[in-house]
Design a protein around this ligand. Structure first.
Ligand code: HEM
Length: 126
């Protein structure tokens, strides 16, 4: 399966479950909790969901609302070192389990998250 076919395989509902399962864990997380806007978590959850939908072959809603993703620039305000990177991936891996996705789209998403979390590291020492 190619990346562009993941949306057809799991649909809006699959990405919605995934982003929901990820963000449910954020507020109580000692590393990530303090980094996210406490009063804007639902909107943040939708930004992640819509970005993933756009990235994996679905509708362009994210780009229409937010413009080009420019993820490295958008993450510049957040200190992402090894600890934050590993924790983000850990929460997302758990979210992938909870979202109960079919094996192939799950593997594609997992591999995307492993490389993108590394790509977004911007404070190597932190
Ligand atoms: C490496 C660890 C990461 C940390 C600590 C982190 C942290 C954050 C924080 C604090 C926000 C602000 C919440 C908001 O208002 O939207 C954010 C936004 C966002 N993050 Fe991450 N993030 C990480 C990795 C990722 C990855 C791997 C992706 C891609 C799948 C991603 C996609 C996004 C998107 C799409 C937004 C919203 C950007 C916007 O439109 O403003 N992040 N991230």
């Amino acid at each position: 399966m190619e990346e562009q076919h993941v949306y057809a395989a799991i649909g809006h509902a699959g990405f919605d479950r995934l982003a929901g399962a990820f963000y449910r864990q954020v507020p109580s997380d000692d590393v990530l909790g303090p980094m996210y806007p406490p009063h804007d978590l639902e909107a943040a959850q939708h930004r992640l969901r819509d970005f993933l939908i756009f990235r994996f072959g679905g509708p362009q809603t994210y780009v229409e609302q937010r413009g080009h993703p420019r993820l490295r620039i958008r993450h510049a305000p957040f200190a992402i070192g090894q600890t934050a990177r590993d924790r983000w991936l850990q929460l997302m891996t758990r979210a992938l389990d909870q979202a109960a996705l079919p094996e192939e789209p799950r593997r594609i998403l997992q591999s995307f998250f492993e490389s993108t979390t590394t790509f977004l590291m911007n404070r190597p020492g932190a």
